[in-house]
Design a protein around this ligand. Sequence first.
Ligand code: T5A
Length: 210
Amino acid sequence: MKGRFIVLEGIDGCGKTTQLEHLVRWLPSAGLMPDAAELLRTREPGGTSLGLSVRELLLHTAADDAPAPVAELLLYAADRSQHVETLIRPALERGDWVISDRFSGSTQAYQGYGRGLNRSLIEQLEQIATGGLQPDLTLLLELPLEESLRRRRGEAADRIEAEGQAFLGRVGEGFADMAKQRGWFRVDAAGAPEDVSQRLEQVLLEQLGE
Ligand code: T5A
């Protein structure tokens, strides 16, 4: 692949969206990207127009219409397959850079560690949905659960966020395990947004600079 694929992961409310907004402004002038490359910002679920419909089914269905755990897993995989095939892979083949709010690590963390679904089945599905595509760099924003809940106070919880603290605690442990297994970069997401941005910039410069 000619382009680069960067992913931000972490529990709900850890600050991914805030930092993505910063990185989308900073990256094009950071001296890392070739002049001709564009930067695409995307997310999962919902990075494509089909994915937006899947996102609604996943996060905003009424309780009695909510997908069962395996149906939920398959919907995340369907969203990812469409995302990789129609947006991410073509962009990387053109030489563009892609930065995504979540990718396949979220499925292992939420559906695997959180819901307790079979993790090797999830890995097989990941392989099918991504066609083997992996990020060049995954940055895990780490924040204690209590602080992430404090940050999200006052915001309406979607169906996954409403699962409660024990569930989100298992998700956080899953992310930490995956960071070790997959060589992700763990970034302290506590403190002021500008401080977190600086930490992220430093990892990007170290890892993607010539
Ligand atoms: N999911 C997703 C799965 O279960 N399986 C999967 O395979 C995938 C891909 C997606 C949901 O789907 C689940 C995970 C999620 O539950 P989403 O709406 O995309 O849902 O939500 P999240 O990714 O969880 O995003 P959030 O918006 O909840 O959190 P962010 O983006 O991490 O955090 P952000 O930047 O919005 O910040 C949250 C609040 O904190 C403030 C912000 O202003 C905001 O109010 N904030 C800070 N406050 C103090 N200090 C800082 N440094 C701050 N940074 C941000």
